[in-house]
Design a protein around this ligand. Structure first.
Ligand code: ZN
Length: 501
């Protein structure tokens, strides 16, 4: 690859990293008075990044490089993948007219404002006109970026490159239909919220110390990253040697710190795991939001809500909270952190009910974008599905259709990546368990290195060499499927609740 093209790739990565650093800082440490200046700085950096990306000279260099053809000796296989990824990103950026970018930014500002007011008033109607404007712009965006007649595909492409509605809908529909009776069967058991999670106050300084212990336990490299506190936990990577995580500390909800940290650590391990030869190139990135989420879910749920993991860590947790956990044993703790209850709020949902919240949102987004559902009917369509899928009815719009911030930004196509993450996580974990038959014994003695090493070799180190589903296929032998996830749920929750699922 010629030096000019390689230098442009380095620059784009550096800009991306600095933008992430400034955004992380805005959420974690920014003094209040600095907010307007930071917004200007970020906007300048983003404009610079966009300008570099759509530069016609970059387009020509990429075209020359890809003309060399797949059998050419001029480029290594990694370099060909770099050209493919950057060309894809560039074409999507080029196709978006500057006028539309500005209009979207303005409509998002108005959307957030209207959404906040509507939440305050608990009335969707206050948000409706803003959402209609955002939807019109997203349709325009989809048409500008190009699609096969299904506008949703163009938006999905921004988060889950290569995934299509035609591939996704049958999987999510089958998953939904398998989950509805499963949730109903577990709800029949009517187990109350465990006492240790019901109102007991857990010292937040102790919580923080325990989250740091968990980071070390899963092998997050604290010399190549750090953890801080924020209102909403997130991960932002400056580069593979500087990965920033945040967690949330809440005295009466201690599990949100523990599992929030495990979740973000899963994202962080992925970002720290790219092969050295990929750094500062377009391949030092995760192929899709769904695959990114598979790593957070794998550590949070498949490992972190598993009994084996707590065989090692529960004694230390009890020691940290002797009063709060004095009457709880390992099995009681394991059952408690896997408590299943159909509920109104997605971000508080357990593993079994979670994907029903996603199926609902996906179906509504698709109907909105296809003009099959008028925006005015969104709240009733929401409530009707909540009843049908989960058996609960939101008492107001704030606890229903207005609960997530995604639509306030007009962000459509993101929700399904959460479900993809859950499904990929189960499939990758099943493959890891086949490759490492002693995995549970390793976890029970506090050793996560075999799993981490396997994930690093199979998934993390490859960055964006392959699209997400092809990567999963290469590792597990199958692409997107709900099979492994359902097998996992049936075994785990069948045993925990003493029912046949
Ligand atoms: Zn996540």
């Amino acid at each position: 690859m010629d030096t000019w093209l390689r230098t442009r790739m380095h620059e784009l990565c550096d800009l991306h990293g600095v933008i992430n650093l400034a955004s992380w800082d805005r959420e974690v440490y920014l003094p209040a008075k600095a907010a307007p200046a930071r917004a200007q700085q970020l906007s300048t950096l983003q404009a610079l990044q966009h300008e570099r990306l759509v530069d016609p000279r970059l387009g020509e260099a990429l075209a020359r490089a890809s003309e060399a053809g797949p059998s050419s000796q001029a480029l290594t296989p990694d370099e060909r993948a770099m050209v493919r990824v950057l060309t894809h990103d560039r074409e999507r950026a080029v196709r978006l007219p500057a006028r539309l970018v500005t209009a979207l930014a303005e409509a998002q500002g108005a959307g957030i404002q209207a959404w906040r007011e509507a939440r305050e008033a608990k009335r969707f109607a206050h948000f409706q006109p803003a959402l209609e404007a955002l939807l019109a712009l997203r349709r325009e965006q989809a048409d500008a970026q190009g699609h096969d007649g299904e506008r949703y595909n163009a938006l999905l492409e921004g988060f889950e490159p290569g995934m299509r509605v035609q591939r996704l809908t049958p999987v999510l529909t089958a998953l939904r239909d398998a989950l509805i009776p499963m949730v109903a069967a577990i709800a029949e058991v009517r187990r109350p919220t465990p006492a240790f999670l019901d109102g007991r106050a857990y010292d937040t300084a102790q919580q923080w110390r325990f989250t740091m212990r968990l980071l070390e336990a899963v092998g997050f490299d604290l010399e190549a990253g750090r953890q801080d506190v924020s209102i909403h936990p997130f991960t932002n990577s400056v580069n593979a040697h500087d990965v920033r995580l945040t967690t949330r500390l809440d005295a009466v909800h201690p599990m949100s710190a523990l599992f929030g940290t495990l979740h973000e650590a899963g994202h962080g391990l992925y970002e720290q795991g790219f092969a050295p030869e990929l750094l500062r190139t377009p391949l030092a990135s995760v192929p899709s939001m769904g695959l990114h989420e598979s790593q957070s879910r794998l550590w949070e749920n498949l490992v972190g809500r598993g009994r084996a993991f707590w065989v090692h860590h529960f004694p230390a947790l009890k020691e940290a909270f002797p009063r709060e956990l004095g009457d709880v044993d390992l099995d009681g703790f394991h059952a408690g952190i896997n408590h299943v209850a159909p509920s109104l709020i997605r971000v508080e949902a357990d593993e079994v009910t979670y994907n029903l919240h996603i199926a609902l949102r996906y179906e509504l987004e698709l109907a909105l974008l296809r003009d099959e559902l008028p925006v005015s009917e969104l709240p009733s369509a929401w409530n009707e599905r909540m009843r049908r899928y989960l058996g609960v009815t939101p008492p107001d719009d704030t606890q229903g259709v207005l609960q997530d911030i995604h639509w306030a930004w007009g962000e459509l196509g993101y929700f399904p990546t959460y479900a993809l993450g859950n499904l990929y996580a189960a499939s990758l974990h099943a493959a890891a368990s086949r490759a490492l038959p002693e995995l549970d014994a390793h976890l029970a003695r506090g050793d996560t290195s075999s799993l981490r090493g396997w994930l690093r070799a199979q998934v993390h180190s490859h960055g964006f060499r392959l699209p997400a589903e092809e990567r999963v296929q290469a590792v597990t032998g199958a692409g997107l499927t709900d099979r492994d996830f359902l097998v996992y749920l049936r075994a785990k929750y069948g045993a925990l609740y003493g029912v046949t699922l």
